[in-house]
Design a protein around this ligand. Structure first.
Ligand SMILES: NC(=O)c1ccc[n+]([C@@H]2O[C@H](COP(=O)([O-])OP(=O)(O)OC[C@H]3O[C@@H](n4cnc5c(N)ncnc54)[C@H](OP(=O)(O)O)[C@@H]3O)[C@@H](O)[C@H]2O)c1
Length: 265
């Protein structure tokens, strides 16, 4: 796919997977719109991308706020006239038991990870349908298919994101607009810097780089598939969990007890 001159909006572009995805699209000479709450960090990313000689536009927005997203949509469409790719990537997770997680913490994950995705989709989808082209890439997680203990509200937000995307994919058949979910597992980003992860080991030898996931995001932007799991073999774990839950659930439970212990140590 030739992305030169295309308009790509990326939420959560100030860090990690979003920042790296912005760089991969900039290398392909797409016009990249960087969205997150922290304007200063976005400007640093903009500076880093200036070597690619394409248009980079910074827009500070809290995607969990419907009004802010609506204004962002209007401004971006007014300025660029179109949107070709929307990458719904902004998100975060809080690690704790359901009993000890505050209700506001549960709500905030849902507001950003799920409602933020929905708000952004609602503001850009009409333009894509009108022009009969475009692609939505939703960065979910393997936690959108497997309920991980200690991450109940995060998982709920990603399950919701996946269900929303799957439903929408049926509606989009024949419209010229596509949707693909990218579901990674364990990526070396700032995601695990949230205080709730305590002293848990941040990464393992098998953790992915944000570049690996960003490459999947670029692939996803022209893919006819509903979901790309990164790395691919993890799709097998999802299949086992869905087909033989009694085999995999005791293993997940064991990992949870170990992780809660390492958080306290
Ligand atoms: N790291 C992993 O292991 C992993 C695995 C699977 C899926 N994911 C998913 O990948 C996505 C990107 O995460 P990451 O790993 O790259 O983490 P990250 O480095 O912490 O990046 C998260 C990004 O989301 C933005 N963000 C958070 N809340 C926002 C809000 N309300 N409005 C706008 N932007 C917001 C942050 O920017 P500001 O702070 O500037 O707003 C930041 O740019 C998330 O959806 C995450 O759930 C991550």
């Amino acid at each position: 796919m030739d992305y030169a001159g295309r308009v790509v909006v990326i939420t959560g572009a100030s860090s990690g997977i979003g920042e790296q995805s912005a760089e991969e699209f900039a290398k392909l000479r797409a016009n990249v719109i960087l969205v997150s709450r922290n304007e200063e960090k976005l400007k640093e990313v903009e500076k880093k991308l200036s070597k690619y000689k394409t248009n980079v536009f910074v827009y500070a927005c809290d995607i969990s706020k419907k009004n802010q997203v609506e204004t962002m949509g209007k401004i971006i469409i007014e300025k660029f006239g179109t949107v070709d790719v929307l990458v719904n990537n902004a998100g975060f997770g809080i690690h704790n038991t359901v009993n000890e997680t505050k209700i506001e913490e549960m709500e905030s994950q849902m507001m950003t990870n799920f409602f933020g995705t929905m708000y952004c989709t609602k503001v850009f989808l009409p333009k894509m349908l009108e022009q009969r082209s475009g692609h939505i890439v939703n960065v979910a997680s393997v936690a959108g298919s497997i309920g991980l203990p200690g991450m109940a509200s995060y998982c709920a937000s990603k399950f919701a994101m996946f269900g929303f995307s799957e439903s929408l994919s049926h509606e989009l058949k024949g419209t010229g607009v596509g949707i693909t979910v990218v579901s990674p597992i364990m990526v070396r980003t700032n995601f695990f810097n949230h205080a709730s992860f305590g002293k848990m080991p941040r990464y393992s030898a098998t953790s992915l780089s944000s570049k690996t996931v960003a490459n999947a995001v670029v692939r996803a932007a022209s893919s006819p598939r509903l979901e790309i799991v990164v790395p691919q073999f993890v799709r097998f774990a999802i299949w086992i969990k869905q087909t033989l839950p009694y085999l995999i659930n005791p293993i997940i439970g064991g990992i949870f007890r170990k992780s809660m212990k390492s958080k306290m140590d």
